[in-house]
Write a protein that binds this ligand. Structure first.
Ligand code: MTE
Ligand code: MO
Length: 571
């Protein structure tokens, strides 16, 4: 409607979040969104765009890029931007505020997939060096920016609980800490996209961030139990074990209810109420991570930690909980975190698939060292074992790997040099070379790891890796079930492999980098190669599928096939 007025951008800017009459712009159009806020599925997060263009936000929330959403917005059209304020039909770029400008500084060792929003995983060989992933190395998966909570006001951070009858109750963080007992839980978080690049490489194109094997990490979380808070808020449900009682009492059964969790930037998802109320379920509202305050990237000041469940449900920057007879309406519950048949393609029937909750069993190799590196104990856990056990306790060819001591540091230059090294090597025929392999295994639902099988010859012959006893140390692990990963180590012999030697005949320290860097190149064409394979079995005897082709889905979710690593040893 050309009769509508034109506004200067400085007028639009007056209508910010604090104005009570918020406006946004899209292309050259101005919208008064005051009446939309209550009905907006993401709640008042839309106010972030108030006083300016909504486009950069919709570029992030790509779900808005539909005619349906444009039609909703069009109902609120009030005018156009003055032509003098437009460049190529839009407000000038400098008018748009960077929503990521307050994001925290990150550990430079993290390997980024995207920076805005931040998605990064640690270097493989550092991932499981320690049982608890150091906070700075813990993988980061953000769908949006990191919300800002001022430290001085953190005690006032509110968590609102809404019950099925519509009753609400708000707790401040200070109240949560004061009124409820604190619990610790040692739990892995794993993204449903972990190892997606493996599925892509072996089975075909997948949508989504191309994570390597390190979109998984382990921490000791500290917080209060969600079950305690829900009970305090007045939630009444039937005995979880008895449908009959639920019918008799008229209270809904926890099996038919869901706990919707929403973060400050509007990310949301849900878990079944039965998981939240399970006395062994260990679902936390966490404010501590590895003995420190929860870092901003990981949900400061409060996040849900849902052990044994896909990390997408461990909502960060938690601000609202709704107990409902429906799953969270968010795209992250209804769409993204689901899996499909190999034939179903990138636009499947979302409603028909169940949401991913408990995670299946998986495992991965995070480091491989061959030859002198192993012989001379230059692998962190081998040297740790030697220093702790006086020369390394050999038992059936497997080193007792009690200590994980030494940090192996490599400069980016070393990495680059190693990667460049492509010239044919001098080779010597050897009957056997020692190989050291490290990695992790994990299963969801509180299931432990029963066994890790490893093959040095592409799956022809197998042996068992040694499972580390991280949880046998007193105070090392907390929780009612196996929520954590099992690190494993393997020391074996590579036989019938013609190994190249460095020209000096010895191995320099910096040649002892693991041959599985995160962005390892395709080594299939190189000589002197072999394929290592690892697969884990959990304590319910669930096993990993042999191939990614068998479980291929265009979303690249739950890429849990046997992990194969082609190595072309250098030393
Ligand atoms: N919570 C909020 N509020 N926003 C998010 O983007 N990402 C989810 C989950 N919780 C997310 C969130 C996903 S998909 C994963 S894998 C985990 O957080 C990642 O947690 P981390 O970054 O602490 O490793
Ligand atoms: Mo995720």
């Amino acid at each position: 409607d050309p009769s509508l007025p034109r506004f200067r951008l400085k007028d639009v800017r007056q209508h910010d979040a604090a104005s009570g009459k918020p406006w946004v712009t899209y292309e050259d159009k101005v919208y008064d969104i005051t009446d939309w806020i209550a009905a907006h599925p993401g709640g008042d997060v839309i106010l972030r765009a108030a006083g300016a263009s909504i486009e950069p936000y919709w570029n992030i929330f790509s779900i808005h890029k539909s005619t349906h959403v444009r039609e909703i917005l069009d109902q609120y059209l009030i005018g156009f931007i003055e032509v003098a304020d437009l460049v190529n039909g839009r407000p000038a770029v400098e008018q748009i505020e960077d929503p990521f400008k307050e994001d925290p500084a990150r550990d430079p060792r993290l390997i980024s997939h995207t920076v805005k929003p931040r998605n990064a995983e640690p270097p493989n060989e550092e991932l499981d060096r320690e049982f608890q992933t150091p906070n700075g190395l813990f993988y980061v998966r953000n769908h949006m920016w990191v919300p800002v909570i001022e430290e001085s006001k953190v005690g006032e951070h509110g968590l609102t609980i809404e019950l099925p009858d519509g009753e609400t109750r708000t707790y401040t963080l200070a109240e949560l800490k004061e009124r409820f007992p604190t619990h610790k839980v040692t739990a892995v978080l794993q993204c449903s996209g972990n190892r997606r690049n493996d599925m892509t490489r072996h089975a075909g194109k997948t949508n989504g961030l191309q994570w390597g094997v390190s979109a998984i990490s382990n921490a000791e979380w500290e917080g209060v139990r969600l079950a305690d808070v829900l009970a305090d808020a007045g939630l009444k449900v039937a005995d979880a074990t008895s449908t009959t009682q639920s019918l008799v009492s008229g209270n809904p059964s926890p099996n038919s209810l869901h706990v919707q969790l929403t973060g400050l930037e509007a990310y949301g998802s849900s878990i079944p109420l039965s998981k939240a109320l399970d006395p062994s379920g260990d679902v936390l509202l966490a404010f501590g991570m590895n003995g420190q305050t929860l870092p901003r990237d990981h949900g400061y000041p409060l996040r849900a930690v849902v052990p044994g469940t896909v990390a997408a449900r461990s909502v960060k920057w938690l601000s609202k909980i709704v107990v409902s007879d429906e799953e969270s309406p968010s795209q992250w519950q209804r769409r993204d975190y689901k899996s499909f048949g190999p034939n179903e393609g990138p636009s499947p029937d979302w409603d028909r698939a169940v949401s991913i909750q408990e995670m299946p069993v998986t495992s991965a190799i995070t480091g491989v060292w061959v030859g002198d590196c192993v012989r001379k104990g230059r692998v962190a856990w081998l040297s740790g074992a030697r220093s702790q056990h006086g020369g390394g306790k050999q038992d059936g060819g497997i080193v007792d790997v009690g200590g994980v001591e030494r940090k192996v540091g490599f400069t980016p230059q070393d990495r680059a040099n190693n990667a460049k090294e492509e010239a044919p090597h001098n080779t010597k025929e050897t009957s056997a070379e020692p190989v050291a392999v490290q990695g992790y295994a994990y299963s969801g639902g509180g299931r432990g790891i029963a066994r890790v099988d490893i093959s040095l010859d592409g799956g022809k012959t197998w042996d068992q890796a040694e499972l580390l006893d991280d949880c046998s140390k007193p105070g090392a692990c907390f929780g009612n079930k196996n929520w954590t990963w099992r690190r494993w180590r393997y020391l074996g012999q590579l036989s019938e492999l013609s190994l190249p030697v460095s020209s000096s005949g010895t191995t320099a320290d910096n040649d002892c980098e693991s041959s599985t860097p995160n962005n390892s190149k395709d080594l299939r064409t190189k000589k002197h190669c072999t394929t290592l394979v690892v697969k884990a079995t959990d304590d319910a005897y669930n096993a990993q599928p042999e191939s990614h082709a068998a479980i291929f889905n265009a979303r690249g979710n739950l890429a849990t096939a046997w992990h194969r690593v082609r190595i072309c040893p250098k030393c």
